[in-house]
Design a protein around this ligand. Structure first.
Ligand code: UDP
Ligand code: MG
Length: 148
């Protein structure tokens, strides 16, 4: 089953939106495999956002992400990478449709509440980076009520 890394950024944690974001993934039917609150190091964030290192907004992004603890999680399910991104909304919250997390709860790109892996390959890299000790694997009894 496909897996993705979803992270509530420091603004989302401070604003008390952790439960709301977890709720949406739970209610959709995705399976929670890992969950942690931690204050990331600069090194971890620079690795996580390595592809963006040359961008003008990169220093600001690192500063934002260092401003408090984040909540990282791993969700599993059919097409969860792509669907997770749809649930988060567009990178710029002003382009995010209502009903998405960013479209419902934020305004500026530099305070856009959440992260979601953008490909299956990057998801696996991010899961390994943020959960070096591995994540859970278990079978749910409700599987047949979610998948045909
Ligand atoms: N970001 C920003 N300004 C920009 C583009 C991105 O501050 O012009 C931040 C924003 O927090 C975004 C993160 O950098 O979520 C990572 O950018 P990416 O393009 O990977 O967007 P995402 O995958 O988070 O939608
Ligand atoms: Mg991204």
């Amino acid at each position: 089953m496909e897996r993705t890394y979803i992270m509530v950024k420091p603004d989302g944690v401070e604003r008390g939106l952790v439960g709301e974001i977890i709720k949406r993934f739970e209610q959709r039917g995705f399976q929670l495999l890992a969950l942690q609150l931690l204050t990331p190091t600069k090194e971890l964030l620079e690795q996580h956002y390595g592809d963006l290192a040359g961008k003008a907004f990169f220093p600001g992004l690192i500063k934002y992400m260092l401003s408090g603890p984040v909540v990282g999680m791993v969700w599993a399910g059919k097409q969860v990478v792509k669907t997770g991104r749809v649930m988060l909304g567009a990178t710029n919250p002003l382009d995010s449709a209502p009903g998405t997390i960013r479209g419902d709860f934020c305004i500026d790109v530099g305070k856009n509440l959440c992260h979601g892996s953008d490909s299956v390959e990057n998801a696996e890299k991010e899961i390994a980076l943020w959960f070096p000790n591995g994540v859970a694997s278990y079978t749910r009894h409700i599987e047949s009520l979610i998948y045909e």
